[in-house]
Design a binder for this molecule. Structure first.
Ligand code: 4NP
Length: 151
């Protein structure tokens, strides 16, 4: 069965849609499925932020079809790996877990990268942050994809 990966941020319109699109572009579609969600419910049903769409398209990642949804407790059952973008996402997601097994599924995405930063910064209020965010997520997804494709 395919490994199911969920990317999570706060709004599910800036960072996690890019993470979904980028990881999906690097993995074998038969062996890995990718989705994304947000811990906040402000933008449910919306397309990704136009700035995320633009930076994605610049690198040939099309995320325009994605629609925002909120993270929920069923996601612990439906996914094998849950990658969060920052510590507050980690707190928000693990607060909903019912056991240690569910908590163990949750990881900071930049923990996959041997770099100084632990968090993908929230670019919502920073028009110039999207390029940086793209590259941070891209680097992590290359490593994640190499691991998942090797299964
Ligand atoms: P994201 O960015 O968590 O990367 O999707 C945000 C998007 C929207 C808001 C906050 C962060 N907001 O407060 O509406």
């Amino acid at each position: 069965m395919a490994t199911r990966v969920l990317m999570v941020c706060l709004g599910n319109i800036c960072r996690s849609p890019l993470a979904e699109g980028i990881l999906q572009s690097k993995v074998d579609i038969e062996s890995v499925s990718v989705d994304s969600a947000g811990t906040g419910g402000y933008h449910i049903g919306s397309k990704p932020d136009s700035r995320s769409i633009a930076v994605g398209l610049k690198y040939n990642i099309d995320i325009t079809h994605q629609r925002c949804r909120k993270f929920n407790t069923q996601d612990f059952k439906d996914f094998d790996l849950i990658y969060v973008m920052d510590y507050s996402n980690y707190e928000n997601v693990t607060a909903l877990a019912q056991n240690e097994e569910e908590i163990a599924k949750v990881k900071l995405i930049l923990d996959e990268v041997d770099a100084g930063l632990n968090e993908v910064p929230d670019p919502y209020y920073d028009d110039n942050g999207f390029e940086h965010v793209f590259h941070l997520i891209d680097e992590a997804c290359t490593i994640i994809a190499n691991k998942l494709n090797a299964y």
